[in-house]
Each structure stands twice: as structure tokens, then as C-alpha cells.
Design a binder for this molecule. Structure first.
Ligand code: C5P
Length: 216
């Protein structure tokens, strides 16, 4: 039955945004709600998997049967992913910030009436690309790609660049980020499957069923 398809499989999922501190009261963020990743975690747990969900700052309840690790920054997320290995399947849904501030200020930055503050940025670790090259690489490694144009072409390029197995690509030019629905394209070495616009929990169940077929 549905509760057995992923029995014995360890599934690692990242979800939500990351927050990158500027000073003690300010941060760099993005519009990810974490809903799609949490729905995937819920669906994986319903199918009997052992689910480890590494969540950025979101306002969502932990799905039943899921082990949740809360993090704030990309570097914390990378460390939590490392600590959660090994896994049979990893699905990296998080909208990880590409950049952090090179040096977060220890005290609140004040207006001086003079020069404007300049934010010096540093690149964050790419968790997905890192996992792809790790000796503990999960047997099935899946990334997400939020794009505003040329969705499938960008996803195909990302699949090759990040050396993962599948990219789930979605068009975020509308209100997907934070919204209830998602229209995705599953891009694999075998080709592209485009799914209809569906509620995020249905995208999650359909994706987990495809994953269960692939690892069976
Ligand atoms: O390159 P881009 O950020 O669009 O790639 C998206 C995919 O890579 C997602 O699966 C996301 O979770 C993952 N990613 C990551 N670490 C980063 C940036 C993206 O794991 N620093």
C-alpha cells in the first residue's frame, strides 16, 4: 500500500528560505514559504520513509512523523545536511540565498547622515553541487529550480552543472512563491515531463510516487 512504498528509505529534504544576517536586527531573505518542501516531506513520511527535514525560517507545522532540524543561514543548512547524511534520497527544495554579507555587523548599523552603508557580499556554499560531489552522495539526488523565464532550458543546464539526477523546475514569474499551487517540469537525463498546475500537496504526492518507482 501507499504507506509502504518508501519503507526503509532515508530521505533528506531541505525547505524554505535562508536568512543571511546584515546586523543583529536585519537580514537578506527571499519569498520562499517552505510550503512545497514541507508538502514533499509530508508525502514521503506518508509513504513510510524516514524523513529528515532541514528547514530555513518558515511559519509551518512539522508534518507527522518527520524529523525537523531548524536552521537560519545557508552555512547552517549546509552543516545540517552534512550531519544528516547518509541518505538514500535527497530532495533539495530550499531557496538558499546565493550570497551572504561578507561580515555581519555585531551592532545595529546606524544612519550617519553621511555616506550610505555598502553591503559587501560573499558567495554561499552550493549545498546541491556539494552533495553531488560527496562520497556519500545519495543514490537519487534531486534539485529544484525556480525560474522566471526559459524554465526548461535553464533546468537542463542546471541538471548538467550541478550533476544531480533530476531537476524539478517551476515558473515563479507568477505567485508560486508563497502561493498554493505549482506547475512543474521534471527534467531528467531521460527527458522532460511537464505536469499540470496542481496544489502543492498533489505535486508532492506525485513526485514522491515517481521517486518510489525510481528507487524500487
Ligand atoms: O542555482 P540555483 O540556486 O537556482 O539551484 C537551485 C537548486 O540548488 C535547488 O535545489 C536549491 O535547493 C539548490 N541550492 C543549494 N545551495 C545553494 C543554492 C542552491 O542547495 N547555495
Amino acid at each position: 500500500g501507499r504507506g509502504e512504498a518508501l519503507r526503509g528509505k532515508r530521505v533528506l529534504i531541505t525547505a524554505g528560505p535562508t536568512h543571511e544576517p546584515i546586523d543583529p536586527v536585519r537580514y537578506i531573505a527571499n519569498r520562499s514559504s517552505g510550503r512545497q518542501g514541507f508538502a514533499i516531506a509530508a508525502a514521503a513520511a506518508e509513504m513510510g520513509a524516514e524523513v529528515h527535514l532541514i528547514a530555513g525560517p518558515v511559519h509551518l507545522a512539522t508534518p507527522p512523523g518527520v524529523t525537523r532540524i531548524d536552521v537560519e543561514t545557508a552555512r547552517e543548512m549546509a552543516a545540517a545536511v552534512d550531519a544528516a547524511l547518509p541518505a538514500d534520497i535527497a530532495i533539495l527544495v530550499a531557496a538558499v540565498a546565493d550570497w551572504r554579507t561578507a561580515d555581519a555587523a555585531d551592532q545595529k548599523i546606524k544612519k550617519t547622515g553621511g555616506a550610505l552603508p555598502v553591503l559587501q557580499l560573499a558567495e554561499n556554499p552550493d549545498i546541491l553541487a556539494g552533495l553531488a560531489g560527496d562520497p556519500r552522495r545519495p543514490a537519487l539526488l534531486i534539485g529544484f529550480a525556480a525560474e522566471t523565464e526559459h524554465v526548461v532550458a535553464h533546468a537542463q543546464a542546471k541538471l548538467a552543472r550541478k550533476r544531480c539526477d533530476w531537476i524539478v523546475a517551476n515558473d515563479v514569474s507568477g505567485d508560486v512563491m508563497g502561493g498554493q499551487n505549482n506547475a512543474v517540469h521534471i527534467v531528467t537525463g531521460q527527458g522532460v515531463e511537464s505536469w499540470a498546475d496542481l496544489p502543492k500537496d498533489q505535486v508532492a504526492r506525485k513526485l514522491m510516487e515517481k521517486i518510489a518507482d525510481a528507487v524500487r
